[in-house]
Design a protein around this ligand. Structure first.
Ligand code: NIG
Ligand code: FE
Length: 424
């Protein structure tokens, strides 16, 4: 059995609990000075100040991790990405910088369809290798659980292929990969102008296979003006629920369409983006269990206004932060950029931002009972920062502060091992 003690942490900073934190509660971090974490068999056994804990452990049988002058936080949970894709779209990035809008590029046959073409002509092995590299990059940023969506196949074969790649990656790589079926990401050329027929095709021909082969836990839809209407999004998500999937919504990203309201109506697990969410939509979210997942790096890359995190939290919503990593609207996996944008642009407090990227991210994946905080009984998914306080996460702007990552009790990233983690 692997037994580990993380000792001498300048501070352990964590939200607590097995549910999302709403509104003001997002500020309730527990801070333990000179903290110790006891890990056995991949799970957290005990957490507390050294004086309380060390005397009851036979230190001879534990590996020590010395976190002197370091802050220890829960592993980050990136609850919204599109990380399995073929090809890249640098030209579109520069077209946008020169004034073209995301939807103009999409309507002209580029955008998501561009990546669909490249993904359809890719192979399992290529997608798998690229996935491994991207998961390694996530570990580097302290991500220990990631959600990934299909949506670059838009036909049965390639949608299932993307999800199979994710399922294999989940087995092969230490990062936990959670899958979402996003067949309703765009209307493929085969169904041009026949959005309803495409949704019907997904319901009849793809969704049942996804469910039967247990390839996804969630179903999502790009509910957007000119993509999938409220009515068609509702139709697909209701069917997904009937078939046993939980649902998520790409809601009010570009236009105010009522995606937040739809998420509330369907008791979705999360409503994501919300840049243009209406006051009524926010009101609906705060009266529900739904996590409002905000993706500030997308707003940054698209040069759009940020979602109104302050209003959402002040009104009592549960806000999560995630990357939206994808080859189009947001080609970055940078966790530190997101922390910086959350605090500088969206006016979140550092406590809210940490809760949003850990426990509330876990809640957006229905996993708040097993990850997202440093507490006995949760998985030992832990990040050690190079600095003594979580406050450096935004203050040391856009710098990667992650010094070590522990996933399921095992060290998966460690800087300068000989120097920094000599046994004590
Ligand atoms: O969340 N808006 C839809 N989906 C992604 C972008 C996907 C892409 O451009 O490839 C998003 O922004
Ligand atoms: Fe997205």
């Amino acid at each position: 059995m692997i037994k580990k003690l993380i000792v001498k942490a300048s501070q352990i900073a964590t939200p607590k609990g097995s549910h999302a934190k709403f509104g003001e509660e997002m500020n309730d971090l527990t801070i333990i000075k000179n903290g110790v974490i006891v890990i056995e068999d991949g799970m957290i056994q005990e957490v507390g100040p050294a004086a309380d804990i060390l005397r009851s452990y036979d230190s001879g049988s534990y590996d020590f991790v010395d976190a002197t002058e370091k802050c220890v936080v829960p592993g980050f949970v990136d609850s919204h990405t599109h990380f399995i894709f073929g090809g890249y779209r640098p030209d579109e990035f520069y077209m946008r910088l020169n004034g073209a809008s995301y939807m103009e590029i999409m309507n002209a046959g580029g955008g998501i369809q561009n990546t669909v073409n490249a993904t359809r002509s890719s192979s399992f092995d290529k997608l798998f290798q690229a996935g491994l590299d991207r998961l390694d990059a996530m570990v580097d940023y302290g991500i220990t659980t990631v959600e990934g969506k299909s949506g670059y196949g838009l036909d049965a074969e390639t949608e299932l292929l993307q999800l199979k790649v994710q399922s294999q990656l989940n087995e092969a790589h230490p990062v936990d990969v959670v899958s979402t079926f996003l067949g309703a990401h765009a209307v493929p050329p085969e169904f041009k102008g026949r959005n309803e027929a495409y949704i019907e095709f997904l319901i009849q021909n793809v969704l049942p296979k996804v469910v039967e082969e247990k390839l996804a836990e969630f179903c999502d839809v790009f509910c957007e003006d000119g993509v999938f209407s409220i009515a068609l999004s509702r139709k697909l998500l209701q069917e997904a629920k009937k078939q046993g999937l939980e649902v998520k919504v790409h809601a009010d990203e570009i236009e105010q369409l009522g995606g937040a309201e739809l998420a509330a109506e369907l008791l979705a697990v999360s409503a994501d983006h919300l840049l243009e969410a209406s006051d009524y939509g926010i009101e609906q979210l705060k009266n529900s269990e739904i996590v409002a997942t905000l993706l500030p790096a997308t707003a940054f890359c698209l040069n759009k206004r940020y979602a109104d995190a302050r209003k959402m939290i002040d009104q009592g919503c549960a806000v999560a932060l995630a990357s939206d990593f994808n080859p189009g609207s947001c080609f970055t996996q940078s966790v530190p950029l997101i922390f910086a944008l959350a605090c500088i642009q969206m006016k979140m407090t550092p406590e809210e931002a940490l809760t949003a990227f850990t426990l509330n991210g876990a809640a957006a994946l229905k996993r708040a009972d097993s990850i997202g905080s440093i507490e006995p009984g949760k998985k030992a998914d832990i990040v050690i920062l190079k600095y003594p306080s979580y406050k450096y996460l935004s203050y040391h702007t856009a710098a990667n502060l992650v010094e070590a990552v522990i996933k399921d009790g095992k060290i998966v990233k460690q800087l300068a091992p000989n120097k920094r983690y000599a046994e004590v």
